[in-house]
Design a protein around this ligand. Structure first.
Ligand SMILES: [Zn+2]
Length: 122
C-alpha cells in the first residue's frame, strides 16, 4: 500500500516536471515569436522577419515560415543573388524563397561558366 502511494507520488512528480517543461518551452517560444513579424517578400510569399527596435539588437534576419509553424526557429540562409532575386533557403526543411525586389543587375557578359574552371578561362 505504501509502495503504491510512493509510486503514485513519483508519477505525479514526473507529470509536474513534464508540464513545467512544456510551459517553459511555450513561454520561451511566445517570447521568441513576438520578436518576429510576417513579411511579404513577394506576392503571397511570406516569411518571418526580425522586428528590429531599440530592445531587439540582433542583426536583421529572416526565419523559415515552414519551421516557424512547427515552433522551430530556423534562420533562412542567404544563398546569394540570382536573376530571380536573392535566394534564401532553410537548411532544416529545404524551404526556398526568392526576394525579387533585390535582383542582380543584368550582366553584360557573365555566366555561371565564367569561374576559374569555366569555359571562359580556357
Ligand atoms: Zn525550414
Amino acid at each position: 500500500m505504501a509502495n503504491d502511494i510512493q509510486a503514485k507520488a513519483n508519477e505525479l512528480e514526473n507529470e509536474k516536471f513534464e508540464l513545467t517543461k512544456k510551459i517553459q518551452e511555450y513561454e520561451a517560444w511566445t517570447k521568441l515569436e513576438n520578436l518576429y513579424e510576417l513579411k511579404e517578400l513577394s506576392a503571397g510569399r511570406l516569411v518571418y522577419g526580425y522586428k528590429k527596435n531599440e530592445l531587439n539588437c540582433e542583426p536583421f534576419h529572416l526565419l523559415c515560415p515552414s519551421c516557424f509553424s512547427k515552433k522551430r526557429k530556423s534562420i533562412l540562409q542567404n544563398f546569394g543573388i540570382t536573376d530571380k532575386g536573392i535566394r534564401y533557403g532553410c537548411h532544416d526543411c529545404k524551404f526556398e524563397i526568392y526576394d525579387p525586389t533585390q535582383k542582380k543587375p543584368i550582366p553584360t557578359f557573365m555566366h555561371d561558366n565564367s569561374g576559374p574552371d569555366g569555359w571562359m578561362s580556357r
